[in-house]
Design a protein around this ligand. Structure first.
Ligand SMILES: *[C@@H]1O[C@H](CO)[C@@H](O)[C@H](O)[C@H]1NC(C)=O
Ligand SMILES: *[C@@H]1O[C@H](CO)[C@@H](O)[C@H](O)[C@H]1NC(C)=O
Ligand SMILES: *[C@@H]1O[C@H](CO)[C@@H](O)[C@H](O)[C@H]1NC(C)=O
Ligand SMILES: *[C@@H]1O[C@H](CO)[C@@H](O)[C@H](O)[C@H]1NC(C)=O
Ligand SMILES: *[C@@H]1O[C@H](CO)[C@@H](O)[C@H](O)[C@H]1NC(C)=O
Length: 283
């Protein structure tokens, strides 16, 4: 019991200087970022005359505080006002990809010294857009979602119809952009029904720089099937050479299903036009 008490007292006296704060941090490329390092002392407020701070990046000293702040780059800073409250946060301006990596915060107070290792990940969150949402009712249709300009490469794409997760999803291999970020397409194949007209679909993208996934909601755009209609018109008078050789080949794009009558109207229109201008020689 005596030993335990001794240990407890020893433990208390040893832990008078404590470093806290998250060990892993994420920063957005180009932002001004704080790498947190919080410390607590026995008898606050902190006496700056007895405090020294050192920040290391990849084992090289980048900033120190010993009455004044010294740093090897104007992009690093430390607020001396905040030191009194126990925050030795390192601020890095205009974060670059190369700022990502291992940091070490060292705090010396009176004769005690504590160190904390931290990790900083630098990245860019993706932009998410739906690039294909036109479908044909009761036919296999492909929806496409595009996530662009993200770093690092790791990303997750999921598709939903309402709250139902869709299968039959393909996520392509990400492509590298000239600025070192990545872009990727994901497609899902569905056979939409009439009821799906009212449904909300969504593409949900997770990336480590997004605390919440980025989700784009959309409704399907229904178009009719693209159909090639080839019609010869046997009832046209065959005595004129031009008309006799006449064949109407007509592509009606985005023709509504069950409206072949409309397509034939268009063809008859073209035929009529060609008859009134005999130099039109459709071969
Ligand atoms: C230091 O960083 C921590 C963690 O991000 C934050 O909670 C705290 O407010 C910061 N302190 C100051 C003074 O900026
Ligand atoms: C802090 O500064 C004092 C005087 O400038 C110097 O003697 C001392 O060695 C420095 N301490 C550290 C840990 O660099
Ligand atoms: C400061 O030190 C860091 C870590 O060694 C290094 O990456 C950076 O280039 C240095 N900056 C300057 C301006 O020397
Ligand atoms: C995504 O798909 C679009 C349209 O097919 C294409 O233009 C683009 O290059 C694709 N992007 C990637 C990263 O594959
Ligand atoms: C789709 O979203 C709209 C607007 O957010 C909502 O009013 C509607 O009820 C949703 N439809 C379905 C089928 O969930």
């Amino acid at each position: 019991m005596k030993g335990f008490l001794c240990l407890l007292l020893l433990g208390l006296s040893v832990s008078s200087l404590e470093l806290t704060g998250p060990s892993t941090n994420a920063a957005r490329l180009g932002s001004d970022t704080r790498v947190p390092c919080l410390f607590t002392v026995d008898n606050p407020p902190v006496d700056l005359n007895h405090l020294k701070i050192f920040w290391h990046f990849l084992d090289k000293e980048i900033l120190s505080y010993n009455k004044t702040v010294r740093t090897n780059s104007s992009r690093y800073s430390l607020s001396t006002e905040e030191l009194v409250t126990g925050a030795a946060n390192l601020t890095i301006s205009n974060i670059r990809i190369s700022d990502g990596g291992r940091y070490k915060c060292s705090v010396i107070y009176n004769s005690e010294r504590r160190e904390k290792r931290l990790w900083l990940d630098v990245g860019v969150p993706p932009q998410v857009t739906i690039t294909d949402k036109t479908v044909v009712v009761n036919e296999e249709s492909v929806l496409r979602c595009s996530a662009t300009g993200f770093f690092p490469i790791d990303i997750e794409v999921k598709w939903f119809r309402g709250s139902e997760r869709l299968s039959d999803v393909i996520v392509d291999h990400p492509q590298k952009n000239p600025d070192r970020t990545y872009s990727v397409n994901s497609t899902v194949t569905i056979t939409p029904t009439e009821e799906d007209r009212e449904q909300n679909f969504s593409c949900r993208v997770r990336h480590f720089l997004l605390t919440d996934p980025r989700q784009v909601h959309f409704q399907l755009i229904y178009v009719a099937a693209l159909r090639l209609v080839t019609q010869s018109l046997p009832w046209l008078p065959g005595d004129s050479g031009i008309v006799g050789r006449w064949r109407a080949v007509c592509v009606t794009a985005l023709q509504r299903p069950n409206s072949d009558a409309e397509a034939i109207n268009i063809i008859v229109g073209i035929a009529a036009a060609s008859l009134s201008t005999p130099q039109n020689d459709f071969k």
